[in-house]
Ligand binder design. Structure first.
Ligand SMILES: CC(C)(COP(=O)(O)OP(=O)(O)OC[C@H]1O[C@@H](n2cnc3c(N)ncnc32)[C@H](O)[C@@H]1OP(=O)(O)O)[C@@H](O)C(=O)NCCC(=O)NCCS
Length: 290
C-alpha cells in the first residue's frame, strides 16, 4: 500500500503526540539522556496547540489508515526564516521513506510560502535524521549543547552592566537593530511574545544597549555584543524556562564559564540551515526553533 500525506487535524493530535514522545524517548533512553518531550501528555498538548496556531502548518504520513508520523513548518513573521519542527516517525515504521516524504512536503510548503531560508535544530544522537536532513539540502552550521542549571542572580553585576526588562517599542527597536546586525533579520515576533510574558530583558553598559534575551530557556533566543553581556543576561534571568537553554558549543568562553559555575550539559543538538546564512560574529543563544 502506498504512503499518503495529508493535513493534520485535531483528531490526530493524540496519536501524533504519542508517536513524537515514543520516538524521542527511545533515542534518549539509548543514549542516557532525559527525554526531550517530558511526557506523552506534553507531546499531545504541544501538537494540539500547533494545530491551532495560524503560524504552524502540519501534515502526517499514513499507510492503510495507520498514522506513521508527522511534521510541522513554523513561521515567525516578519522573520524570513521558516522552521521545521517535530518531525517524527513511529520507530517501527522507520526506514521506509516516510520521513523523507514528510520532509519533502514541508520543504514544498516553505517554497510555496516563499521562504528561502529554512532552519531546524537536529538531535545528533540520531544518525537517521542527520542523513535525512543532509540529503534534503540542510547544512550543519552550529553544534549546540542544551545547558541546564539555575540563574546566578546578580553575580555578574560587578562588571558594571545594568539589566532591566524590555519595556516599550523603543526597546524593541534597539533589540531588532542588534538582532539584524547579528543574524541579518529581526526576531520581533518572538521578542514581543517574550515581552508580553515579562521574560524579555536588556543589558546595558554605560547607558548603551549591549544585548537582549527573549527569555533564557529552550524556546528562547538571546543576542549580545560580548560574552560578558550574555553572561549577565543568563546570570540574572528570572528562571531557566523548560529543561535548559541551547549554547553554541564553539563559544568556548561562555561554555567554560557556565561549566565553572555549576551548569551541566543535558544533550547535544545541531543548528542546520537551508538557504542564505549569515554566520553570527557576536555571541548568541539559539532557540529550539533556530
Ligand atoms: C528521523 C526520522 C524522522 C527519519 O524517518 P525515516 O522514515 O526513518 O527516514 P527515511 O527512511 O525517509 O530517511 C532516512 C535516511 O537515512 C539513511 N540512513 C539511515 N541510517 C544511515 C547511516 N547510518 N548512514 C547513512 N545513511 C543512513 C536511510 O538510508 C535513509 O536515506 P534514503 O532515503 O536515501 O535511503 C525518524 O527516524 C524519527 O522519527 N526518529 C525519532 C525522532 C527524531 O529523531 N526526529 C528528528 C528530530 S531532529
Amino acid at each position: 500500500m502506498s504512503l499518503s500525506i495529508r493535513h493534520i487535524e485535531q483528531n490526530d493530535a493524540e496519536i501524533c503526540g504519542k508517536i513524537w514522545y515514543e520516538a524521542h524517548k527511545a533515542i534518549s533512553f539509548a543514549h542516557g539522556y532525559a527525554s526531550e518531550p517530558p511526557s506523552e501528555e506534553f507531546g499531545i498538548g504541544l501538537i494540539r496547540s500547533l494545530i491551532k496556531s495560524t503560524n504552524s502548518w502540519g501534515v502526517l504520513a499514513e499507510r492503510q489508515d495507520r498514522i506513521l508520523g508527522s511534521i510541522f513548518l513554523h513561521r515567525f513573521p516578519p522573520s524570513p526564516v521558516a522552521v521545521i519542527g517535530l518531525l517524527t516517525i513511529q520507530p517501527s515504521a522507520e526506514g521506509n521513506g516516510a520521513g523523507r516524504k514528510l520532509m519533502d512536503a514541508a520543504l514544498s510548503q516553505a517554497r510555496i510560502l516563499k521562504h528561502e531560508q529554512v532552519r531546524l535544530v537536529q538531535s545528533p544522537s540520531h544518525i537517521r535524521s542527520f542523513v535525512l536532513y543532509t540529503k534534503s539540502g540542510f547544512t550543519l552550521r552550529e553544534p549546540l549543547f542544551l545547558v541546564q542549571g539555575q540563574p546566578l542572580k546578580g553575580g555578574t553585576n560587578v562588571w558594571g552592566n545594568n539589566i532591566r526588562p524590555v519595556r516599550d517599542d523603543g526597546d524593541i527597536y534597539l533589540c531588532n537593530e542588534l538582532c539584524k546586525s547579528v543574524f541579518g533579520f529581526s526576531r520581533e515576533m518572538e521578542l514581543r511574545q517574550a515581552k508580553d510574558q515579562g521574560i524579555a530583558t536588556i543589558v546595558e553598559r554605560d547607558g548603551v544597549m549591549t544585548g537582549y534575551a527573549a527569555g533564557i530557556g529552550i524556546g528562547c533566543h538571546a543576542v549580545a555584543k560580548s560574552n560578558k553581556d550574555l553572561k549577565v543576561l543568563i546570570a540574572n534571568a528570572s528562571a531557566i524556562l523548560g529543561p535548559g537553554f541551547f549554547v553554541p558549543a564553539r563559544n568556548h568562553g561562555l561554555m567554560r564559564w557556565l561549566l565553572e559555575n555549576g551548569f551541566l550539559i543535558g544533550w547535544p543538538a545541531n543548528l542546520m540551515t537551508i538557504g542564505p546564512y549569515k554566520e553570527p560574529l557576536t555571541p548568541f543563544l539559539p532557540s529550539l526553533a533556530y
